[in-house]
Design a binder for this molecule. Structure first.
Ligand SMILES: [Ca+2]
Length: 461
């Protein structure tokens, strides 16, 4: 009687696993592999996976160029753009309360007053006041939300947002910003709303974010990622399947949202008028209180986590891949050419796992029958894909040394299952069922009840 029960539990577990795989949290691709029971026994099922999107400003290095352009050395007093007689903005690099270093663009906002980086003033007018702010990740990342730059002073009259995909060797423009696009860049002014699926990759100049001080409460300059996503995924991004499908099949589109570095090129500060007041140049400067960049590590759909270690982000590669972006197969796993995972078919995607150079016979037999002679072929366990379960320890990749309560190739079975009276019997020793497998069994039994109930009442599902 107990044997069929075990089989039922195994079958149930398999069906629970399958159910979970078919209904993952939508669009997360947050599981790289799961263990399933099939006709061939315990095996792995692989899925495309990617890390969660996160606040990427915690992991960047910022460079401001020219290096001496940050205000306060020597100390300087600034006047308000709107009122040349209101001159109470002091900057002194030596005084912590009055200094405005670049880090203040990335600290926690919500404080009152806000904290911000500030440049020296436009003392050398009419020579252009040029500042580059470069954000470097030393890692390929994929943008998932709008880039938002919040200015503490008036927004610049001319600026360019640029990106690099090769760690800053070459740069491409992302978007041009100006009060007058034609005059500044000989480009027609457009907005993101003018873009279509066919022109999504076009680089535009927008006048949307450069209006003068009369709009002083509107302090942000955006690069609209979500509006671009929406061209495929619909206005509220409800059809991410369509977007993922496009990203999968169109490399240019995918690369468009991928960066290693960003650069804000400030070309002309806010003047609030057509004429620059040459007698009071301390009214003109740049000041940025916050930059938001949301994204995820690019791991080629081969990792669901990315760790920050020794000042660098690294994908925790699965699927026998390696490299900072999981961009190649691990040593001895070059049985076929590396390829990125795929979002398709939705929702699980395709892992495109790297496979061993030569696959030995699949080991299904009892571990005790494995001799030294076939050691090269027999890889029963390792610390990555074939992990020993329930506290078991992998010995020389040949066998799992299980704790007293468990048995099986990977220590996956409670030992009491094979004992007289089974796990439910009075002699089975409930101590053998540690809390984890007990709760698993309870879950399975609960699942079984629910599934049985569900099968009786299909109309309610
Ligand atoms: Ca700040």
């Amino acid at each position: 009687m107990r044997f069929p029960l075990v089989l039922t539990l195994q079958a149930l577990w398999a069906s629970v696993c399958q159910t979970m795989q078919h209904y993952p949290a939508w669009g997360h691709y947050d599981v790289c592999k799961s263990q399933v029971y099939t006709d061939e026994g315990l095996t792995w099922d692989y899925m495309a996976c990617q890390p969660e999107a996160m606040d990427m400003t915690k992991y960047l290095k910022v460079t401001v160029d020219p290096p001496n352009i940050t205000c306060g050395d020597p100390p300087e007093t600034y006047c308000a753009l709107e009122n040349p007689y209101m001159c109470n903005n002091e900057c002194d690099a030596e005084n912590e309360d009055l200094a405005h270093p670049p880090e203040l663009m990335f600290d926690f906002e919500g404080r009152n007053p806000t904290t911000f980086w500030q440049s020296s003033s436009w003392k050398k007018y009419p020579k252009a006041l040029l500042v580059n702010i470069t954000l470097s990740w030393s890692k390929t990342i994929e943008l998932t939300d709008d880039i938002v730059v919040t200015f503490e002073s008036g927004r610049p009259e001319q600026m360019v947002l640029e990106k690099s995909l090769d760690y800053g060797k070459t740069w491409q423009p992302y978007q041009f910003y100006a009060t007058d696009c034609l005059d500044a860049f000989t480009m027609d002014a457009k907005t993101v709303q003018d873009l279509t699926q066919h022109t999504l990759l076009d680089i535009i100049c927008t006048e949307e974010y450069s209006r003068g001080y009369v709009w002083k409460y509107d302090k942000t300059v955006r690069f609209e990622i979500k509006d671009r996503f929406a061209l495929f995924a619909g206005p509220r991004l409800h059809n991410m399947a369509s977007l993922y499908g496009q990203l999968d099949t169109t490399k240019n589109l995918r690369d468009f949202f991928t960066i290693t570095d960003l650069r804000v090129r400030l070309l002309r500060p806010a003047t609030g008028a057509t004429m620059v007041d040459e007698n009071n140049l301390s009214r003109y400067f740049y000041a940025i209180s916050d930059i938001k960049v949301q994204g995820r590590c690019k791991c080629n759909l081969h990792a669901n986590s990315c760790v920050f270690d020794k000042e660098t982000l690294n994908c925790e590669c699965e699927h026998n891949t390696t490299g900072p972006d999981c961009g190649r197969c691990k040593r001895n796993y070059q049985g076929r050419t590396w390829s990125a995972g795929s979002y398709l078919p939705i929702p699980k995607g395709t892992a495109n796992t790297c496979i061993p150079n030569s696959i030995g016979p699949v080991i299904r037999q009892n571990v005790s029958s494995l001799g030294v002679a076939n050691r090269n072929q027999a890889r029963v366990c390792d610390n990555e894909l074939l992990r020993c379960q329930n506290g078991g320890v992998c010995l020389n990749n040949l066998r799992c040394q299980c704790t007293a309560a468990f048995t099986g190739l990977l220590c996956e079975k409670p030992r009491c299952e094979s004992e007289l009276g089974g796990c439910g019997g009075p002699d089975s020793g409930q101590a053998a069922l540690s809390s984890t497998p007990l709760s698993t069994l309870l879950l399975l039994l609960l699942g079984s009840t629910l599934l049985r109930e569900a099968s009786y009442r299909p109309a309610l599902l």
